[in-house]
Design a protein. Structure first.
Length: 105
């Protein structure tokens, strides 16, 4: 009887610790990433690079687009992806890192 109760309480404690550590680890990591504006901008830049990749796939003929519009749509996606990623880099990422370095000195 005593051993069964101890085993049950041990399993309960182990389960609570496991759930708490998962929540704490994921929550802390997510919150830490979202607090840094440079990391958020890098995520947005990644989305622009995905747009760039879709443009390349359309231009290459690997995605189903009407033949008459293929080059226009592919070029628009490609240019939007490149412009967005480079704009984020020039106007947000580099100045943010420069300010962070300047403040640390």
């Amino acid at each position: 009887m005593c051993v069964a109760g101890f085993g049950l309480s041990l399993r309960t404690v182990a389960r609570e610790v496991q759930i708490h550590s998962r929540k704490m680890m994921f929550g802390a990591l997510t919150w830490k990433v979202l607090l840094d504006p440079a990391a958020v901008v890098l995520l947005v830049s990644f989305l622009f690079f995905l747009l760039f990749g879709v443009g390349v796939l359309v231009l290459g003929g690997l995605l189903p687009v009407q033949e008459s519009q293929r080059e226009r749509i592919g070029s628009a996606l490609f240019d939007t992806g490149v412009l967005g990623a480079m704009g984020m880099s020039c106007f947000v990422i580099i100045p943010s890192f420069a300010l962070k370095i300047w403040r640390s000195k």
